[in-house]
Write a protein that binds this ligand. Structure first.
Ligand code: ZN
Length: 221
């Protein structure tokens, strides 16, 4: 059986991907890594750690502080407030330039070192909010690049790429982990676990998706 490495931040998306990977590859073939890059809320990594401990999944935190030293943005600098909303097409000030490029490259190094070929990430083009390295074309391009860079048959899986937030909730429900995702993950830019602060852009997307899915579920019953 192939072994899979999940890039796990402790948020809704990556945690849903963790359970997707457990179902696809088998619990004994899955482990996860998180990145400590000086983000405002190191607390999300604690959520990831707690979830992995509960599931018996190995979890390692890789320190990459250089990312926040190079770029100033609202996720890594507590003196920059998170934008509540931006005009269409403009990236929000939570954008950390090149973050997924670096995370996936580090994950690939880790995966090869530990004899794994499958890499799972929760990036998503549907709600990509102007983050260019969440797009499918970027992930496909990087997949080719890391295979060439390390001469290893990596496959990057993006189970959420074409799902909107309500469909991500639906996937969590199908995987039987709705409660874990709702209560134990941290998506909020203000660092509030579970339902979050309720007014930051991340909370807005999460709640709107949840409400949409619940409405749809009620109608199909
Ligand atoms: Zn929030």
């Amino acid at each position: 059986m192939k072994k899979a490495l999940v890039v796990l931040s402790g948020g809704q998306d990556s945690t849903t991907c963790l359970f997707w990977a457990i179902e696809k590859f088998g619990r004994e073939n899955v482990c996860a890594v998180g990145f400590d890059y000086g983000q405002r809320h190191g607390r999300e990594l604690m959520c990831a750690e707690e979830i992995c401990r509960g599931e018996g999944i190995g979890y390692e935190i890789i320190k990459t502080p250089i990312i926040s030293e190079l770029s100033a943005n609202a996720l890594t600098r507590s003196d920059i407030p998170v934008d509540e909303a931006k005009p269409d097409g403009e990236p929000p000030n939570t954008l950390v330039e090149g973050r997924n490029l670096l995370f996936l490259s580090y994950a690939a190094i880790y995966a090869k070192t530990h004899g794994m070929t499958e890499i799972v990430t929760g990036v998503c083009e549907t709600d990509f909010s102007g983050y260019p390295d969440c797009r499918d074309i970027f992930v496909k391009s990087l997949n080719v690049t890391i295979n060439l860079a390390m001469d290893h048959p990596f496959v990057i899986h993006t189970p959420l790429m074409w799902l909107d937030k309500s469909q991500t909730w639906e996937l969590a429900d199908k995987l039987g982990v709705m409660d874990i995702i709702r209560d134990k993950t941290l998506t909020c830019y203000n660092g509030v676990k579970g339902d979050g602060c309720g007014h930051c852009p991340a909370c807005f997307l999460r709640k709107r998706g949840y409400d949409e899915y619940m409405e749809r579920k009620k109608c199909t019953k």
